[in-house]
Write a protein that binds this ligand. Structure first.
Ligand code: FES
Length: 356
């Protein structure tokens, strides 16, 4: 009697038996069927799968053999009770991978899995994968499982002793207080107001009003020109000898005190205003030349004040002078006497020089 055709599960069981690590951490007693255990010693021990190509080649070789002798394990009492359908011939890689996937699920399901476990135990999950995960193993993971390798994800899930670093709680962020919010809002509002056209208009109006106010205050306090008194005493007549021009009061009072007899032969003492009759400059008394010389346009005046050169149109002016009660000469600049007007004949424009 010919032996039944070995199923893919049987082939995988043989492969696992050849390589103890195959099947990852799945507990052997729970997943391995007695048939697989019995068949394990019959598998060639040197057929330890290496690469995926080797595994697939072995599976194809096993599937190609219709009457493979390496399947006595299928004669287990539980599996032989019912006639098994002929195992499909594993031709393409897709068929082989589907068989591996089905076998993987069936192997983890425990001893209840039989040859057709690929269809009979869809709910059975790999022992290495938690039942709650429900993740379907990819082809790559199954190949790794066949090689005895564990993926990092599977290891992390399977190993309950792997310390899981707890996630740190988020650092609490202190919310800004109402005071901070109000301060920030105030600053932003102030800056926004400062750059508005209305703000510039009000600032300009305020500056203009301030200028007007300052001008009004200045108007209330006008400039006051403090002038020296027009009347002042210059001492006794004896201080002014004949033939001399005193410049003692030129800087302070603006007058020359002249004692001369060169005007119509009269010995007189009088005061000449130091103002050029051309345009108002102040002439200089030149003692060596015995004349007043205007530095502006060159007008010249004799010692008695009569003009003789330059653009000056008329003689210098005299100011009032008299002999005070105390014997001093008193000058009064509030009154002027012009020679061309015949005013030099006024007695208030001179003092008798014989008194000196
Ligand atoms: Fe004295 Fe013109 S101002 S000469």
């Amino acid at each position: 009697m010919s032996e039944p055709k070995p199923s893919t599960a049987d082939i995988l069981a043989k492969i696992r038996a050849a390589k103890p690590s195959v099947g990852s951490d799945a507990p052997a007693p729970a997943t391995e069927t007695p048939t697989a255990e019995a068949a394990a010693p019959k598998v060639a021990p040197a057929a330890k799968p290496g690469s995926t190509g080797d595994i697939l080649a072995a599976i194809r070789a096993q599937g190609a053999k219709s009457g493979a002798p390496a399947a006595p394990a299928t004669e287990a009492p539980k599996t032989t009770a019912a006639p098994k359908p002929a195992a499909p011939k594993l031709g393409s890689t897709a068929d082989i991978l589907a068989a591996i996937r089905a076998a993987k699920g069936g192997a983890a399901a425990g001893p209840a899995s039989d040859a057709p476990t690929a269809k009979a135990a869809p709910a059975a999950k790999s022992a290495s994968v938690p039942a709650s995960s429900g993740a379907k193993l990819s082809v790559e993971e199954m190949l790794k499982a066949v090689r005895g390798e564990k993926s990092a994800e599977t290891t992390a899930i399977v190993s309950p002793t792997t310390p899981v670093k707890p996630a740190l709680p988020p650092i609490p962020v202190k919310p800004p207080s109402a005071k901070d919010k109000k301060a920030g809002t105030d600053r932003r509002s102030f800056v926004a107001i400062c750059f508005t056209p209305l703000f510039f208009a009000f600032a300009l109006m305020a500056a203009t009003s301030l200028n007007w106010l300052l001008a009004l205050a200045r108007f209330m306090f006008p400039n006051v020109l403090v002038e020296p008194p027009t009347k002042f005493k210059i001492g006794p007549a004896s201080d002014y000898p004949l033939g001399g021009v005193s410049t003692k009061w030129l800087a302070a009072r603006g007058v020359w005190i002249v004692h001369t007899d060169q005007y119509k032969g009269q010995n007189l003492i009088y005061a000449l205003a130091s103002v050029c009759t051309h345009l108002g400059c102040t002439p200089n008394w030149l003692e060596g030349e015995q004349k007043y010389k205007c530095p502006c346009h060159g007008s010249g005046f004799y010692i008695n004040g009569v003009n003789f050169e330059g653009p000056a149109p008329r003689p210098l002016e005299r100011v009032g002078i008299k002999l005070a009660s105390d014997g001093q000469l008193e000058v009064d600049k509030s009154v002027k006497f012009q020679e061309e007007m015949g005013q030099w004949a006024d007695s208030n424009s001179f003092v008798d020089g014989t008194l000196a």
